[in-house]
Design a protein around this ligand. Structure first.
Ligand code: GLY
Length: 340
């Protein structure tokens, strides 16, 4: 299987590109991976294609992060075998980040790799998981511990799938778009102030392009790609903290909280205040600081008594590997709580 970064294709051009790909590949068998939410997108997706094998098989998994498991992956490998899938079979992943990560992992390992197509149905998956070639599953409650770096053969972005996206999932994707705008400097502050009804295909393209540019420069995350973790050091800890308390939070909302801290540590208080006006900082009780610090430290990239952050020199210029001490981090949390 070739492993090249592809430019995502959009809407009708995207369906035409997928048709052309299907015509050229003539897969021996085509599989559509969905979860029980995104299966509703199948009729619209299929109706746009003229070259899709009408005998395609639908593989459906439960929605949610729990499906990113070795058991579910193993079940999918078995089903592929039962249906006689071979190296020339194709897997089309139609769904959010979980479906894309899981499907990419299953495809990139089945018979040492069969081609797969990503068709993201959520804003978060469009601007993040659909591109960049990270596939994976979770092990022992830790995210993405086993996986591959394998690009999708094609990424098709159909914005009309967003029409039925729940409001909080839209804001979750918006959080990652804000991160991309901070990293690239493109369309800031328009992206910050963006309302759902004003999202254009061009804005989506720009946001995805910000990630594509970074991945093109550093596919295996040896350096520059680490900047895509802006806001994620605290964001992941905040997300895990909520998970442990069985409290609901979206990934994007946790990233926004992490962006507040990263901007504060970057001494960009004007930018942090602009973010505050759109998505306010959530006060963090000081009794939870230690627990959050432990969660930040559990990231294997961190050593000793410090945690590494991605910081911004200015909008459009991020640097990585900044060791922040516990006292400095707690000071920044205090400041954010006081300013909030
Ligand atoms: N989501 C961060 C990355 O793909 O590197």
């Amino acid at each position: 299987m070739e492993n090249h970064l592809q430019q995502p294709v959009f809407s009708s051009d995207g369906f035409a590109a997928l048709d052309a790909y299907l015509k050229e590949l003539t897969p021996s068998k085509t599989f559509l991976l969905v979860d029980s939410n995104t299966s509703a997108c199948i009729p619209e997706f299929v109706s746009q294609l003229t070259q899709l094998d009408p005998e395609y098989e639908v593989l459906e998994v439960e929605p949610g992060e729990d499906s990113k498991s070795i058991e579910v992956a193993s079940g999918l490998w078995s089903v592929l075998l039962e249906y006689g899938a071979d190296r020339n079979s194709l897997l089309i992943n139609l769904g959010g980040g979980m479906v894309l990560d899981l499907g990419g992992f299953v495809a990139s390992t089945f018979k040492r790799g069969i081609p797969f197509i990503n068709v993201p149905t959520s804003l978060l998956a469009m601007v993040d998981a659909s591109v960049g070639g990270k596939t994976g599953i979770n092990i022992d409650g830790l995210k993405n511990q086993v996986g591959t770096f394998t690009h999708a053969a094609l990424v098709l972005v159909e914005p009309s799938f967003l029409d039925s996206l729940p409001e909080e999932d839209w804001h979750s994707g918006h959080g990652e778009m804000i991160k991309h705008a901070l990293l690239s400097g493109r369309n800031w502050p328009d992206i910050l102030g963006l309302n759902r009804e004003d999202l254009t295909v061009e804005m989506l393209q720009e946001s995805i392009q910000a990630k594509v540019d970074v991945v093109a420069a550093d596919f295996k995350e040896l350096g520059l790609r680490k900047t895509l973790n802006l806001g994620h050091t605290f964001g992941h800890a905040w997300e895990s903290f909520h998970l442990a308390a069985e409290a609901h939070i979206t990934h994007g909302a946790a990233v926004i909280q992490g962006l507040h801290l990263a901007l504060s540590l970057s001494n960009l208080s004007d930018v942090q205040q602009a973010l505050q006006a759109r998505y306010p900082w959530t006060t963090v009780a000081s009794e939870y600081y230690e627990a959050l610090w432990m969660l930040m430290q559990s990231d294997k990239k961190n050593e000793g008594g410090t945690v590494k952050f991605v910081l911004l020199e200015q909008i459009g210029r991020a640097t990585w590997g900044h060791e922040i001490s516990k006292s400095k981090c707690f000071e920044a949390l205090d400041e954010l709580n006081a300013r909030g």
